[in-house]
Design a protein. Structure first.
Length: 122
């Protein structure tokens, strides 16, 4: 299991959560996986920054994902456990910022902007 780093303080230049990042940087399956994981608050994944995909030993939490979680009150139980048990995770959550960049208002909006259809649930 790869250890997550918590030094991220804002979304990277190509973070798909940023409206100014190029669309289509991720394969559609990545967005679909994000939707599935996000729907599973109990055991859904903590998402690492895509910049570290080829360097798993250096993986850092995704700034966009962390901001989205913060905005929604941390629905991810895995994130809640991390901030309770890891001071670095708690600091990252408290210090993460959008860096002045506009972000998508939701994961669904980000997915739609990247050509992924999102089913609405009731």
């Amino acid at each position: 299991m790869t250890k997550m780093g918590w030094t991220t303080r804002e979304p990277c230049l190509s973070c798909p959560y940023r409206k100014d990042a190029p669309a289509g940087m991720w394969h559609k399956d990545e967005f679909k996986n994000l939707l599935v994981q996000d729907a599973n608050e109990l055991s859904g994944a903590i998402f690492g920054c895509h910049k570290y995909r080829n360097h798993p030993e250096k993986v850092q939490v995704c700034g966009g994902w962390l901001l989205d979680q913060k905005r929604r009150g941390c629905p991810s139980i895995q994130l809640r456990l991390s901030i309770i048990t890891n001071e670095e995770a708690s600091v990252a959550l408290s210090e993460v910022t959008d860096g002045g960049h506009k972000l998508y208002p939701s994961i669904a909006a980000m997915c739609r902007a990247n050509g992924v259809s999102v089913r609405r649930t009731r």
